[in-house]
Write a protein that binds this ligand. Structure first.
Ligand SMILES: Cc1cc2nc3c(=O)[nH]c(=O)nc-3n(C[C@H](O)[C@H](O)[C@H](O)COP(=O)(O)OP(=O)(O)OC[C@H]3O[C@@H](n4cnc5c(N)ncnc54)[C@H](O)[C@@H]3O)c2cc1C
Length: 434
């Protein structure tokens, strides 16, 4: 069955021989192509005219917010979702909420992220840590092929057997290698899920220790996330909470597995059996034309081998010290950890936790002393991480890019970049420099 969203071409369907010679292709700074050949025409014209390119899918990445001279290729017109058995072909501009909705009719799901409006493009190319990461791995671990418009304007198909170097690099190497106009995934059968929400009154240390201990042994069906946030918006109620997803519609099993956490004083756990689509968070959109500029963020993220006691103490103290701070954790391991390190460009397959912590730099509320203190505390938390996860690195920091990959992967990514994009046409990303 095919879900053709307005103006969508899932990729390949509308493709025909002979590219559009789009001499007018660059007349406007913003482009919303509806076919792969249109994308190819735009790329060719831009390269010919040395015009910088920004590629936008869901629009949540830092480069989508920061204007730069050149053109924006907005892929929202390529957002079709085509289901054939368990193979799902998704246009490069789709968002995960639409994917989850379309797949629900088929009893299928793909592990993506936790938010409905995030793009398939950016999330997948960077890895994709989602609600089912322990059950099924990263978003990229479910990727079986892609259609790419390369820097030369050619349209290529890639998979484990066809241009395997390109396919490897797309799985974690970001938008460095071309415009992906179609992602092909192997989806999973999912009759339903169980979902736990544990509100934590008071100190979160005991809960984090219990979660750490539990996840060392827990079945892969269980993935948990922890968040402790100040009042922000309706999608993220203030306070500390632990969420648990069980990758089957078995609330009793989830209740039993989470008992060591639910039994801790001050923890109030509610267990439900929602549809997978319903646990994807809807981010509130700014009203009207008004664009809200998010405040700066001092902090960062890391993939950690272990959530040891010292790291837990540092995270709890960090959140307590700065009222406008956030702490997020996600459990890894399970299927995520079984993918051999060299199979994809994603770093740190031995990580068992992902951690993000930082404070908002709100003008008037945060002074220089506080900024310095936050930076020093974050430096302590950062110590010992295996790698940084590029998708949650919310600014362009060229010096940080090597820390987002293993040394071996970086060498390989440079080789692939020099083969497929030697002129660095695609550089508005965590850029691989040859
Ligand atoms: C609210 C929120 C929730 C998030 N939740 C999660 C989560 O649960 N798990 C997780 O792993 N990450 C999560 N992220 C991080 C997210 O994965 C990254 O921000 C990602 O880059 C967003 O992708 P996008 O397509 O929405 O953004 P975009 O800004 O459109 O894309 C980001 C970059 O990816 C490249 N790109 C995108 N699409 C293509 C394409 N089709 N072809 C070539 N290059 C492309 C471009 O370089 C682009 O600059 C979240 C981010 C936000 C803001």
């Amino acid at each position: 069955m095919r879900y053709a969203l307005p103006g969508s071409d899932v990729g390949g369907g509308g493709y025909h021989d002979g590219m559009t010679d789009s001499t007018d292709a660059l007349a406007s700074p913003s482009h919303r192509p509806t076919s792969v050949e249109e994308v190819a025409g735009i790329i060719r014209s831009a390269v010919q005219g040395s015009v910088p390119i920004t590629v936008v899918a869901g629009g949540h990445g830092p480069w989508s917010h920061e204007p730069e001279p050149g053109i924006r290729i907005e892929l929202g017109g390529l957002a079709g979702i085509d289901v054939e058995g368990t193979t799902v072909r998704i246009g490069g501009g789709a968002v995960w909420g639409d994917v989850a909705t379309a797949l629900a009719d088929h009893g299928l799901a793909i592990s993506s992220g936790d938010t409905a409006t995030v793009g398939v493009g950016g999330l997948t190319l960077g890895g994709g840590i989602g609600w089912m990461v322990r059950a099924w791995g990263l978003a990229v671990d479910q990727l079986i092929g892609a259609q790419v418009v390369t820097a030369s304007g050619d349209v290529v198909e890639t998979s484990a057997d066809v241009h395997p170097d390109l396919f490897w690099a797309l799985r974690g190497g970001g938008g460095n290698f071309g415009v992906v106009t179609r992602f092909d995934f192997a989806a999973h059968r999912l009759p339903g899920i169980a979902f736990a929400e544990s509100i934590i009154d008071g100190d979160a240390t005991a809960v984090l220790r219990a979660a750490r201990d539990l996840l060392r042994e827990a079945p892969r069906e269980l993935t948990v996330t922890f968040m402790d946030v100040p009042p922000m918006d309706p999608s993220a109620p203030a306070g500390a909470r632990l969420s648990g997803v069980w990758a089957a519609p078995d609330p009793d099993r989830l209740r039993a597995v989470l008992e060591p956490i639910s039994a801790i004083g001050g923890v109030h756990t509610e267990i439900t059996a929602p549809a997978y689509r319903d646990i994807l968070i809807e981010m509130p959109q700014p009203e009207g034309e008004e664009q809200v500029t998010p405040p700066g963020f001092i902090g960062g993220n890391g993939l950690y081998a272990d959530l040891d006691d010292q790291l837990i103490e540092r995270l709890v103290a960090f959140r307590r010290a700065y009222p406008a701070s956030v702490v997020f954790l996600r459990s890894l391991g399970g299927a995520f950890g079984e993918v051999p390190q060299e199979d994809t460009a994603f770093p740190a397959r031995s990580a068992t936790w992902f951690v993000m912590a930082g404070a908002f730099d709100i003008p008037g509320l945060v002074d220089d002393d506080t900024r310095s203190a936050v930076r020093a505390d974050w430096a302590g938390i950062e110590t010992g991480r295996l790698a940084e996860y590029g998708n949650f690195a919310d600014t362009e920091r060229p010096d940080a890019v090597p820390g987002m990959f293993t040394d071996e992967a970086l060498v390989r990514l440079r080789e692939v970049k020099s083969r497929w994009d030697p002129q660095n046409v695609f550089r508005r990303n965590h850029n691989i420099l040859v």
